[in-house]
Design a protein around this ligand. Structure first.
Ligand code: SAH
Length: 215
């Protein structure tokens, strides 16, 4: 399966749709317009819906996030080229590919073993240079800290302290918080070693952030 003119046209329509839904950051829209989302689908029937603004199931009971959600979280991160970004929940690899397209250095953690191996291979084959890790996102990656930006792409019951510690001063963490069907999108800015500024940005629906590594 490759990237055709049909796919490119569908992506441009998706970009326009996201613009009308309030995504205005040009580099984010440009990235969405360039990442071939259909190649991140494992189910070939669902693949024909890759440019619908919807979340879809992937392997291991997980989901590929809705394009609007990916664009929204990325916009909140206020990405600058060369930012060092930590993503929790590699999943399909789509969000990581969008971040990569924005010129960032991406470190991404996945706890599902099968998904980790599959996505690592997929990202490499599509030439997205993402550092992927099998591990528990609650712990982050202290050996690579500090990160300019941290994005959690699963519903977290609380903000994991190690991630706040691994955020650079002036850095931004974006996380959906809540244990029910819907979560609040929070943006946390690290003002100093012990001071954080928090703002709320609407409700979203993610799969839960779980602990440990799963076979
Ligand atoms: N960013 C992904 C979204 C995938 S859904 C994409 O663009 O497709 C969320 C992912 O988070 C799932 O793959 C799930 O296995 C993973 N996850 C949940 N808890 C985690 C944790 N503690 N550490 C790492 N990954 C986690």
């Amino acid at each position: 399966m490759n990237d055709s003119f049909l796919h490119k046209g569908q992506r441009q329509r998706l970009v326009e749709e996201l613009r009308t839904k309030g995504i205005h950051h040009a580099p984010v829209l440009h990235a969405i317009g360039n990442v071939p989302r259909h190649l991140f689908f494992t189910d070939t029937i669902l693949q024909s819906h890759a440019y619908d603004d919807k979340a879809f199931p992937i392997d291991a009971g997980q989901t590929i996030s809705q394009p609007y959600t990916v664009a929204f979280q990325t916009q909140l991160l206020n990405i600058q080229a060369k930012d060092k970004v930590l993503e929790i929940g590699t999943g399909s690899g789509y969000q990581a590919a969008v971040l990569c397209t924005l010129g960032t250095r991406v470190y991404s953690i996945e706890r599902q073993k099968q998904l980790y191996f599959k996505t690592k291979q997929l990202l490499r084959s599509l030439n997205f240079f993402v550092e992927t890790f099998l591990g528990d996102g609650y712990k982050g990656l202290p050996q690579f800290a500090p990160f300019d930006k941290i994005i959690i792409t699963a519903a977290a019951p609380y903000i994991p302290r190690p991630l706040l510690e691994q955020l650079a001063i002036g850095g931004i963490l974006v996380v959906p918080i809540g244990e029910g069907a819907q979560q609040k999108m929070l943006k946390i800015v690290k003002i100093s070693e012990n001071e954080f500024e928090q703002s709320e940005h609407g409700t979203f629906s993610f799969v839960p952030m779980l602990g440990g590594i799963a076979e």
